[in-house]
Design a protein around this ligand. Structure first.
Ligand SMILES: [Zn+2]
Length: 368
């Protein structure tokens, strides 16, 4: 076992050095910044559903989709373009028209994790710190000592006290080192401690405390979203992170129907947030959304519900971006390789900063 683990470590280090040397990882163009950035993640949501919609085999399979008839009527359009639009109308009506979508492997446009584990904590570490860390190999609640982009931005005068994160999964206080980073962070079923709590936030807290009987490590995404939206309306942060988690939960429970419903709800939440941003002074035409996932999942009908180092497809992810200075090229259909660790520097560049950390930070994605 020990030699096996060290073999994995050597492989990971080699892979990392190799990807650092790839010419495509260098930023060629300067990204024009906007004043605000919203980072949104949909946990363990596959590129396959983003680009091709509901999988016809999985929505016809009673094992994963108990009521196949309803799911087919909702999401089972005969063509791929129709299916993806049924499932994710914000992605395919708005982002496809005004933003950019990366990761459609049918065109060899690829987004991958650099970390070899393809599970959540290593993925979020990679997204936010701009590098992999082979010692982060589990989802256990261990404090992350790597510097993340959110705390880096919070250390800058322009963004100080204006960085806020809301996550469904309760491991984020460790991933983002809440104690050290001093960002506003609300995770899982933790109550928002706020002396100036709005009436709506009081109601959300009451629902969480008194009406959710099945509290798990992942709060209902709708409650995470409403908490985030209340905070944003009340305090106008410049950097927002919204971490949604129920897609992964549904997949692990082998429920493809619920996985689709949670993805459709996430699409709707992002649409509501974008609409709010585009109708609010200070945010309107001054806010970029960057949307991604922490890992992929199995590619096949038999293993889509799982993910990890030994499940083929788990390192395959995707990336969407929309904002005032983002070229509206829509779905990118050319041969390209993007790595998850490039996102931290991309986030920095989208608000006109350069992320400097104790460890090397991968170059920003060269956006079209
Ligand atoms: Zn998972």
């Amino acid at each position: 076992m020990k030699s096996f683990v060290s073999c994995i470590l050597v492989f990971a280090v080699l892979q990392q050095q190799l990807t650092d040397l790839l010419p495509g990882s260098a930023s060629k163009k300067t990204i024009l910044p906007a004043g605000n950035i919203f980072i949104i993640t949909i946990d363990g949501f596959r590129w396959q559903e983003i680009f091709t919609g509901a999988d016809p085999a999985l929505i016809s399979n009673e094992k994963y989709t108990p009521d196949t008839a309803t799911m087919k009527m909702l999401y089972g359009s005969p063509d791929m373009e129709g299916r993806r639009k049924q499932l994710l109308p914000f992605f395919w009506n708005v982002i496809a028209a005004k933003g950019q979508l990366y990761g459609n492997r049918l065109y060899d446009n690829k987004v991958n994790t650099s970390n070899i584990y393809s599970i959540s904590y290593p993925g979020y570490n990679e997204i936010f710190t701009g590098n992999t860390d082979v010692t982060i190999s589990s989802n256990e609640k261990n404090v992350n000592y790597n510097t993340n982009i959110l705390e880096y931005l919070n250390s800058k005068e322009q963004f100080r006290g204006k960085v806020a994160a809301f996550t469904s999964w309760d491991v984020f206080p460790y991933i983002l080192n809440k104690e050290r980073s001093h960002i506003i962070l609300n995770s899982g079923y933790e109550n928002r401690k706020d002396d100036n709590e709005s009436a709506a936030q009081q109601l959300i807290t009451k629902v969480e405390d008194e009406a959710v009987y099945d509290k798990t490590a992942t709060r209902h995404d709708e409650l995470t979203f409403l908490t985030a939206k209340e905070y944003i309306q009340q305090y106008q942060p410049k950097v927002v992170y919204l971490g949604l988690g129920e897609t992964d939960e549904a997949a692990h429970n082998s429920r493809y129907d619920i996985y689709l419903e949670k993805a459709a709800e996430a699409d709707r939440m992002i649409a509501r947030l974008w609409h709010w941003v585009q109708t609010t002074p200070g945010y309107k035409d001054n806010t970029t959304f960057i949307i991604t996932t922490d890992h992929g999942r199995g590619k096949k009908t038999g293993n889509w519900s799982g993910h990890g180092a030994f499940i083929n497809g788990s390192s395959q992810t995707w990336l969407a971006v929309i904002g005032p200075n983002i070229n509206p090229v829509g779905e990118v259909k050319e041969d390209q390789q993007i790595y998850q660790k490039q996102l931290a520097q991309t986030i920095a560049a989208l608000v006109g900063e350069k992320f400097v950390s104790d460890q090397p930070v991968a170059a920003a994605v060269s956006l079209k």
